[in-house]
Design a protein around this ligand. Sequence first.
Ligand code: PBG
Length: 331
Amino acid sequence: MTPIQAPFPATRLRRLRRTAALRDLVQEHRLSVKDLIWPVFVTDVAGADVEVASMPGVARRTVEGAARAAEEAAGLGIPAICLFPYTDPALKTEGCEEAWNPENLSNRAVRAIKAAVPEIAVMTDVALDPYNSNGHDGLVRDGVILNDETVEALVRMALAQAEAGADILGPSDMMDGRIGAMRGALEGAGHKDVTILSYAAKYASAFYGPFRDAVGASGALKGDKKTYQMNPGNADEALRLVARDLAEGADMVMVKPGLPYLDICRAVKDAFGVPTFAYQVSGEYAMLKGAVLNGWMKEEVILESLMAFRRAGCDGVLTYFAPDVARILGR
Ligand code: PBG
C-alpha cells in the first residue's frame, strides 16, 4: 500500500504529532496488559524461593506463592500465567520420570492456582529439561537426543498437566511430531478443549542463559541444544515449522526469543494469520532490567520493547515484565 501524499508544504507530517491528543488519535498500535502471559518460576526446594541472580526482580515462588502471584495477576488484569518448575536436583533422572508425576511441583502449582483463581489461564511447559539429570529437553542415549522416545514422554507429561487443569500446554522441546502426538492423546483422553501454544520457531539462543539459572538447569546441561532448536541463521525454516505444527493441531504458535527475531514474528503472522506469540526471554529481560536498575535507560524502554511485538504482528507476548507493565500502564 502506497499512501497518496501531496508534496510539502501541503503535506506536513508533523501536524499530526503536534499535541498529545492528536498523537493518541492516530496511534496505530497499543499495548494492553490483556495480551501478556506472565512466566513464573516455582520451587519447593527449601531456601530456593529467592531472587534469581541473573534476573533482578524475579524470584522463585513456592506453590502457595504461585497462587498468590495468580491473584496478583488477576488483580492487574493479566489473563494468563505460565509455570516453570525449579525441580529438586534429587528428583532429576535420565528417564525424567518426575515430568509426568501427577503430584510434581508444576502440577501441584496448577491445582493451587486453579483453586485460588479459577478464571486465570494457566500455561505449562512441556519439555523434559527441568527433570533431566543432563539438562536436555529430550531423553539422551550415548550423547544423542532421542526424538520418538521423547515424544512418548512428552505425551505422558502433557496428559498429566491437562489432568491437573492446565488451560494452555506449551511444548518448548522442539522434537518432531510432538504436537500431533499430544493432540491425539488429549482428544483420546477427553481433554478436547485444552489448547496448545506451540513453541514452533524456537532458536538455539544464548538469550536463555538466565532462565537456565532460574530453573536450575545451567549446571546440569551437557553440550548445547543445536540438534533440536533452530539455527539463528534460518528464517524460511521457521515457516515450515509453523506450518507443520498448525497442521498437527496447534491452536497458537510462538517465536522465541522475541526482539532479535521480530522479522520471524512478522513473517509468521503474514503467512498464516493465526494467533502468534513471541517470548521476550530471560536474557532480554536481564538486559533491559539491568540497564533500568543501573539508571542507564528509563523504564519506558520496557513498554517500547513490547510495542515492537505489536508492530511485528504478534497477538501476545510472554514477558517477565507483565506485572511491571500493568503497573506502568495503570498510572
Ligand atoms: C526449555 C525452555 C527454555 C526456555 C523456556 N523453556 C530454555 C531452553 O530452551 O534452554 C527459555 C525461556 C527464557 O529464556 O526466558 N524447555
